[in-house]
Design a protein around this ligand. Structure first.
Ligand SMILES: [Fe+2]
Ligand SMILES: [Fe+2]
Length: 480
């Protein structure tokens, strides 16, 4: 097959309306099934409806042997030729026409077609037809991204949906190393160039990075001669590269290729340049967000390390209760943010133990009343340590209430069921479960079965949560 991108034309959700080229779908007899706004504009029809009442073969395409054209298209899977079109005023418009047979049954053939006008005046006419809705549709998936890992694939999907091209690659500039690296590529021969490293001096992308401006190279044009030293021997005949800025410097480049020596229309170039400008803003936002997440996680790790230095048991206790709390949250179908908060909350729930003397924490034997007084204070101290961070409000509550019990027998405030939110009830259950099944200086660990039996009888614990814990333990093979 000549064009890799033809595959997409056969996908049911692919719409010619989105393409930035004049495009149409016709029946075998030439009757329009669909025409996009660029074709309407190219042929100067006042509306899509009026154009679709015409017959493409009889009234628009001039001087062609239609039967021969159809035969060639069907036998080759595609036909490519320079044709003459007639617009509504009878003027002749030269264009390169591609026809692709869609469904071939004995009695039913449909052709997809797309056209590249070959005169500059006509290109200008197409440029004068900006479709704001289409541009909005195109950019929207990029603007709504929240994860950096989805950035490159989303950008490639947009380009493939809206521009006619056979390959898209995204190239990263590694300025300190003087290199450019292809970090993402889709389309023909993608494997051949993926992760390819080049010296910035000797690569086309490197030239674009240094210039900071888009560049088009089409085989057989003077520019292609000028840049021939950069061009590798390949089947690519048209290239358009646009830089994406990050921290005020060109940092990424989007490179689109065609296997045919077809110039990119001004509309296509403007669209990709606009898309890359937007992509730069989105990329910057996602990178900052990633950095913020890394910072949060680093600060969080500092808390956890402080706890583990204080007491080895508390480290293990925090990690295991965090895992279990996350599993129970999933089991109860809680939303992802609550799941995450519960896992963080469990990691930090005993943060207040930082102020408890090791002699009390590790005491072999029962605590006296004074020691219990200190111990009962640890949820308040832990909650105070994070109280100035608004984003940690749910975590603060989990820390503060993890020793509260539904029947009012808990501490520090003796809250009752109606005042204890689900997250804190989950924390209480996993806390009791792990503490009961662990060896402590003052008593031996109980078995999982014994712990669960005791918890089932405990009126201070939420039995829905205990049941969810049982399901999780059974699924993991910890409980029969
Ligand atoms: Fe605790
Ligand atoms: Fe605990």
């Amino acid at each position: 097959m000549k064009f890799n991108c033809l595959r997409r034309w056969r996908e049911p959700r692919f719409s010619i309306r989105k393409l930035f080229n004049a495009a149409f779908v016709i029946r075998e007899d030439g009757k329009f099934v669909e025409a996009n706004s660029h074709l309407v504009s190219l042929l100067k029809y006042p509306s899509e409806k009026m154009l679709m009442e015409r017959n493409y073969f009889l009234e628009i395409l001039k001087g062609e042997d239609i039967e021969e054209l159809k035969r060639e298209t069907i036998s080759e899977g595609i036909s490519e030729r320079t044709v003459m079109l007639k617009n509504i005023n009878g003027q002749i418009i030269p264009a390169i026409q591609y026809l692709i047979p869609l469904s071939i049954k004995k009695t039913n053939v449909v052709f997809y077609g797309f056209l590249f006008p070959v005169e500059r005046d006509l290109l200008r006419m197409i440029i004068a037809h900006p479709d704001v809705k289409v541009i909005y549709e195109a950019v929207n998936p990029l603007l709504s991204l929240t994860e950096l890992k989805d950035f490159f694939s989303t950008l490639a999907r947009i380009v493939f949906s809206f521009l006619y091209c056979d390959r898209i690659s995204i190239i990263e500039r590694r300025k300190e190393e003087g290199k450019t690296v292809v970090i993402s590529v889709e389309g023909v021969n993608a494997e051949a160039i993926c992760e390819k490293e080049s010296n910035e001096e000797g690569s086309l992308a490197g030239f674009v990075f240094r210039m900071g401006k888009p560049l088009e190279i089409v085989d057989g044009t003077p520019e292609a001669e000028e840049f021939s030293k950069f061009l590798l021997k390949s089947d690519i005949k048209s290239t358009f590269i646009v830089p994406i800025y990050f921290r005020n410097e060109p940092y990424l480049a989007v490179c689109i290729n065609r296997l045919q020596p077809l110039r990119f229309t001004s509309y296509e170039k403007e669209f990709l340049t606009f898309l890359c400008y937007q992509a730069g803003i989105v990329y910057q936002r996602l990178r900052f967000y990633e950095e913020l997440k890394r910072w949060n996680s680093a600060i969080f790790q500092v808390f956890c390390r402080a706890l583990s230095i204080k007491d080895k048991y508390t480290k293990e206790h925090s990690e295991i209760t965090s895992q279990l709390a996350g599993e129970i949250a999933k089991e109860l179908n809680l939303d992802p943010i609550t799941q995450k908060n519960l896992m963080y909350g469990a990691m930090l729930h005993d943060l207040g133990k930082l102020i408890i003397e090791s002699s009390i924490l590790g005491k072999k034997g029962p605590l006296n009343e004074n020691e219990w007084e200190v111990m009962r204070h640890h949820p308040i101290v832990g909650a105070e340590l994070v109280e100035d961070i608004p984003e940690m409000e749910m975590i603060r509550r989990i820390i503060l209430q993890h020793h509260e019990r539904l029947n009012g027998t808990g501490y520090p405030y003796g809250l009752t069921a109606e005042n204890i939110p689900l997250e804190s009830r989950i924390m209480a259950v996993v806390d009791v479960f792990h503490a009961t099944t662990s060896d402590r200086p003052y008593r031996k660990a109980k078995s999982v079965e014994q712990a669960i039996e005791e918890m089932k009888r405990d009126e201070g614990l939420d039995q829905n949560v205990v049941n969810a814990l049982i399901r999780v333990l059974k699924r993991k093979g910890i409980l029969k």
